[in-house]
Design a protein around this ligand. Structure first.
Ligand SMILES: *Cc1c(COP(=O)(O)O)cnc(C)c1O
Ligand code: SF4
Length: 349
């Protein structure tokens, strides 16, 4: 079959540091070694968003020597321990992650699954996908299946449709979600044909992954509009990244912009302890200050949960600014403007 336009543009991606040197002036030393360890790919569209060396787009997609720092963990969330079969991560009783793809349109330098995403041995065989589907079919407590990877939307329409149809046919599966960064890095992939296919599997939730207001382009806006028009419920998971988006003004501009695109901010993730990503970590204090700054001045729809995914597979936990202090039976509550309001609680029993 003829290749689709998005498949051709993906082929034009930058996959080595050398290719960047034509357009940008930067210190290339050791960067090929980084790219050999953790694959590099920047789609032509995403490359076009870089304005200068070291800007927020550059930092997300161009290798950095600090990725070779050996501290941190290869699998901080212990995903491998919660994997009953290679394509499935089953950590919560009612929902699973279904790993359907091993590649992405651009490789994020801060990726939690850096240990395997983009590496050749990550692509799953048809047999492994079948084993994943059989596992989900055999476990009636699973109501929510999250297609992930890698990026599920890098699969050809026909392959994705087949997988969705098989999961959709399982009676105890109530909702399907897809986690994808394609609206951010390869918006041309969101074709009318793809949307017409996805429309057959309601209720379908797509969580995308915008991290910076500069990613909210007209192309990305149109891609999200096509998905929303197909009845898909859109959410967004942002990762809090040092020197990329760790400021209240950047985050509030991002979240307000997403709402205008019919995308609801779902999670703000604290960085995981993944090896090779330490330079992106912020303090929890920074994250809490950003959350506190949103409450009040910005639409409540733009306040996602700020979550930390605990090491060893203990799961995601929301981190909430300290709004309430107890003083005997009374509560001291911090209002959005910083003033303290005394509020008397009732006594139980
Ligand atoms: C994040 C995650 C989910 C989904 O969690 P929600 O809080 O429901 O979005 C499911 N399984 C695993 C292993 C996860 O890491
Ligand atoms: S798109 Fe997601 S899975 Fe792919 S590299 Fe980025 S964070 Fe990792």
């Amino acid at each position: 079959m003829a290749q689709e336009e998005w498949q051709q543009s993906l082929k034009q991606s930058v996959t080595s540091v050398k290719q960047l040197a034509d357009d940008f002036d930067f210190d290339q030393r050791q960067l090929e070694a980084v790219a050999a360890r953790y694959p590099m790919r920047i789609s032509p569209y995403y490359l076009g968003l870089i304005e200068q060396v070291g800007d927020p787009i550059w930092k997300q997609c161009v290798p950095d020597v600090r990725e070779l720092d050996p501290s941190g963990m290869t699998d901080p969330l212990a995903e491998e321990d919660f994997s009953p079969t290679p394509a499935v991560i089953h950590r919560y009783p009612d929902r699973v992650i279904f790993l359907v793809s091993g590649s992405c349109a651009s490789y994020c330098r801060f990726c939690t699954r850096k240990r395997k995403v983009g590496c050749t041995d990550m692509s799953l065989s048809f047999r492994e996908l079948r084993a994943g589907i059989d596992y989900i079919a055999a476990n009636a407590q699973i109501h929510d299946v999250i297609f992930s990877g890698g990026d599920p939307l890098l699969l050809p329409d026909s392959v994705l449709q087949d997988l969705l149809a098989r999961i959709y046919a399982i009676p105890h599966v109530e909702i399907i979600r897809i986690g994808t960064r394609v609206p951010v890095t390869l918006p041309e992939r969101i074709t009318e044909r793809l949307c017409a296919m996805l429309k057959k599997f309601p209720p379908l939730y797509i969580n995308t992954h915008f991290n910076h207001p500069r990613e909210l382009t007209s192309q990305a806006t149109e891609a999200c509009a096509r998905l929303a028009d197909a009845g898909i419920v859109l959410g967004n998971q942002t990762v809090l990244l040092r020197d990329v988006n760790d400021q209240p003004e950047i985050i509030s501009e991002l979240f307000r912009g997403l709402l205008k695109m019919r995308v609801r901010p779902y999670y703000l993730h604290h960085m995981d302890l993944t090896r090779g990503t330490g330079h992106f970590r912020t303090s929890v204090k920074t994250g809490l200050q950003i959350m506190y700054s949103l409450r009040g001045p910005v639409s409540g729809l733009a306040s996602p949960h700020y979550v930390i995914d605990l090491p060893n597979g203990k799961g995601k936990v929301p981190l909430i600014p300290q709004y309430v202090k107890r003083k005997g039976n009374d509560l001291m509550i911090y209002a959005a403007d910083g003033s303290v309001v005394e509020y008397s609680d009732i006594v139980d029993g």
